[in-house]
Design a protein around this ligand. Structure first.
Ligand code: PMP
Length: 323
């Protein structure tokens, strides 16, 4: 769908996948005025196709658009575009355990000019790609390196709560360095004080303590993950006290040493709920739970995927039928 300041959104269309042609002076190439979303379409046993809480993705997309001075796209256009794409060929959505059709809506500033100001033209596009299980051969705990050197976005008021391409560009170097050191993921600390846990490059983080509490960093400069919100709900349903707060890294390290922190996991659309088996930084290196997945971690993962694949009742009304 194309947007101009004069005419609003128009020209809703489905095109064969292929390269875009961009003028070298297209605004997005210079000032990174770009946002995106990530969702999955799941095929249920009766052949119907569903997605998970797309209204939340639509609302987050609108918030990201506002922060990046891009135009608002309606919830109807957002969800309608996903349904229209899936309906072009429902066979696109793979069958099978943990397989899905990944949907990537994005928007970029398409006006051709070199001045620094908001673009008066934008393009909204959705691409889709079948994906298999995130972990081949069963869920494996991941290892995480906490970066005390680099930040991915900025303090509250920055762009951390927007799903903005530039945040991901800033996370690539620390992610690469962590991988070179043998870690799977990098965890970022708050940009203002490098004291509090924030999130991974593409996942929110949680910890479980031995007093039936589940803790996660508060909102402000992190992405408001839809899996995060769902996990908070499912944990509360199980009788856990859920705590959203600033979590100092030092407290986590002490909790790992004393055994007070019993589980640590990450969550997001791509990897659902993923156990963390090792957490390390410049001055600490801890194995969690003998490197094995935590019990609550795996129970939450199972419950969430059962809802997404239609194997369990959707008691919170999270699923939306696309086809
Ligand atoms: N944080 C970041 C930085 C992310 O990119 C993602 C993935 N969208 C998440 C958290 C998790 O969000 P969600 O559960 O909505 O996928």
């Amino acid at each position: 769908i194309s947007w101009t300041a004069a005419d609003g959104w128009k020209d809703r269309r489905i095109e064969k996948y292929g390269p875009l042609q961009l003028d070298p002076a297209t605004a997005v190439l210079h000032y990174a005025q770009e946002i995106f979303e990530g969702l999955k379409a799941y095929k249920h046993a009766d052949g119907s196709v569903w997605t998970f809480r797309p209204d939340e993705n639509a609302r987050r997309f609108a918030r990201s658009a506002h922060r990046l001075a891009l135009p608002a796209l309606s919830v109807d256009d957002f969800i309608g575009s996903l349904a229209a794409l899936v309906r072009t060929d429902i066979e696109w959505v793979p069958d099978g355990e943990d397989s899905s059709l990944y949907l990537r809506p994005f928007m970029y500033a398409s006006e051709v000019f070199l001045g620094v100001r908001p673009s008066t033209e934008a393009e909204y596009i959705v691409i889709a790609s079948p994906v298999g299980p995130y972990f081949s051969g069963g869920v494996q705990p991941v290892s995480i390196y906490v970066s005390e050197q680099y930040h991915r976005a900025g303090p509250p008021g920055g762009t951390g709560d927007a799903k903005f391409g530039g945040n991901y560009a800033a996370s690539l170097l620390p992610q690469l360095q962590a991988q070179q050191e043998g870690f799977d993921q990098v965890c970022f600390l708050d940009a203002a004080s490098s004291t509090y846990l924030e999130e991974l490059g593409g996942m929110n983080v949680f910890l479980v303590t031995d007093d039936q509490k589940i803790h996660t960093p508060e909102l402000g400069s992190i992405l408001e993950g839809i899996t995060r919100a769902s996990v908070l709900q499912l944990a509360a349903d199980r009788g856990y006290e859920v705590v959203e707060r600033r979590i100092p890294l030092s407290e986590v390290v002490a909790g790992l040493e004393s055994g007070r922190v019993t589980e640590f996991f990450a969550c997001g659309t791509a990897a659902v709920v993923t156990p963390v088996g090792r957490l390390a930084g410049s001055s600490f290196d801890h194995e969690l739970n003998g490197g094995k997945p935590g019990e609550l971690t795996m129970a939450l993962r199972q419950e969430l995927t059962d809802i997404q694949y239609g194997r369990a009742a959707d008691r919170h009304g999270w699923m939306r039928r696309l086809a």
